[in-house]
Design a protein around this ligand. Structure first.
Ligand SMILES: Cc1cc2nc3c(=O)[nH]c(=O)nc-3n(C[C@H](O)[C@H](O)[C@H](O)COP(=O)(O)O)c2cc1C
Length: 186
């Protein structure tokens, strides 16, 4: 059983985290551990047809972002990887300085200290030098930065096509086989 923590923070694009959760649900050997913060929930209501409760029900386990005593807050709780999609610049900043102010940042910090896989889907534009420095610092520590940048070589026709491509990139990084058909082939 592969245990994957999914964090959804308050940047635009909560649909990326939601889509990943939906896709991971199809794998019987994957267990999902979800944590969302306040602005993630606000953005879910603003940007998607879902209510945060719908998203909570998609996950195998859900943790309150204020619960620093949750299992994923400890390195002794064994998980394989964590994905934060989308990652706001505030959450990125917190992780980059080890400021474990909430459960998302703490769980991400645990992944770094335990040498486990951490994937960030940072969403902001334009990116300031502060954002870029924080992301560069994390990339140098081995954090995989997969920004939600659409490709056009797969000729997306719908927003879902663009989201699928992003989910494919994340699943590939997690080493999870998938048949999402948005790859470059020539
Ligand atoms: C509709 C909406 C869209 C936002 N989009 C972004 C974004 O794309 N990137 C970002 O870093 N912050 C964005 N923000 C601001 C964050 O929500 C805000 O900085 C918040 O404090 C982030 O907190 P968190 O890191 O705990 O999620 C957005 C806020 C709202 C209301």
């Amino acid at each position: 059983m592969k245990k994957i923590v999914i964090g959804i923070s308050g940047a635009s694009g909560s649909i990326y985290g939601i889509d990943l959760l939906k896709k991971l649900k199809q794998y019987k050997d994957v267990e999902t551990h979800l944590v969302m913060n306040k602005w993630a929930m606000e953005n879910i209501k603003l940007e998607t047809p879902y209510d945060p409760q719908n998203i909570i029900e998609m996950a195998d386990f859900y943790y309150d972002n204020n619960n620093l005593g949750a299992s994923i807050s400890s390195g002794s709780f064994q998980v394989d990887a964590m994905v934060i999609a989308p990652a706001s610049m505030k959450t990125v900043a917190g992780i980059s300085i080890g400021f474990d102010a909430d459960l998302i940042m703490r769980a991400a910090g645990v992944m770094i200290k335990e040498n486990k896989q951490l994937i960030l889907v940072p969403r902001e534009t334009p990116l300031s030098a502060i954002h870029l420095e924080n992301l560069t610092k994390l990339a140098k520590l081995g954090v995989h930065i997969i920004p939600p940048i659409p490709s056009f070589y797969d000729k997306p026709k719908t927003i879902q096509d663009i989201i699928d491509h992003q989910s494919m990139k994340i699943l590939d990084s997690l080493g999870i086989q998938n048949n999402i058909e948005t790859r470059w082939e020539n």
